[in-house]
Design a protein around this ligand. Sequence first.
Ligand SMILES: Nc1ncnc2c1ncn2[C@@H]1O[C@H](COP(=O)(O)OP(=O)(O)OP(=O)(O)O)[C@@H](O)[C@H]1O
Ligand SMILES: [Mg+2]
Length: 200
Amino acid sequence: MQYLPSAQQLPPEKDPATIIEAINVCKEYATGTLNVQALRGINLLIARGEVVAIMGPSGCGKTTLLNCLSSLDAVTSGTIRIVGHDIRSLSDRELTDFRAREMGFVFQTYNLLPVLNGLENVELPLLISGVVAKEARARAWESIAQVGLTRWARHRPAEMSGGQRQRFAIARALATAPSIVWADEPTGHWIARPARRSST
Ligand SMILES: Nc1ncnc2c1ncn2[C@@H]1O[C@H](COP(=O)(O)OP(=O)(O)OP(=O)(O)O)[C@@H](O)[C@H]1O
Ligand SMILES: [Mg+2]
């Protein structure tokens, strides 16, 4: 990733390796009388295949940036391009299709559907993106096996630990083999188990 302190430093030629561009992005939340400027002039380029970690203290704007870059939330000003498309030029329908096809999401709060079990949660984005039922099921099992949760696939989220829910959310994000995976604190709930004490 290149962090660019000012928009003027953006290269004039489009680089085909660039998958995400942010140009002078600002995001302001208006809550009643209080305005919070969560993002102030963000410029960055992320290349295909890069793994980028955004770090900073609580409340500094990491989730806001991720929501804006992934087109889940609208920016107040500035431009975001994903694989060369200015996301403002896409209709809601096009954006929804694009996200379903090209992006996987692991949210800070899992967002598993409580009425579906683990397997069905992982299967859902595959079905939405048009994969036929039989193949969707096979790919969901494969993805669940990758995160080591085959035994828990028939359980609903309420019966899982925080870490298990988060791993199902990761399996769901990876199941469609997306071009971009957005992960917001994806390991925050993986608390190491304390060593078991032997009883005396
Ligand atoms: N929906 C909202 N309405 C109003 N203000 C918001 C909203 N979401 C976030 N904010 C504010 O924007 C700022 C950035 O929040 P954000 O959630 O992006 O931080 P973060 O870096 O992800 O924090 P954390 O590490 O705690 O998850 C904070 O000051 C927060 O209070
Ligand atoms: Mg956050």
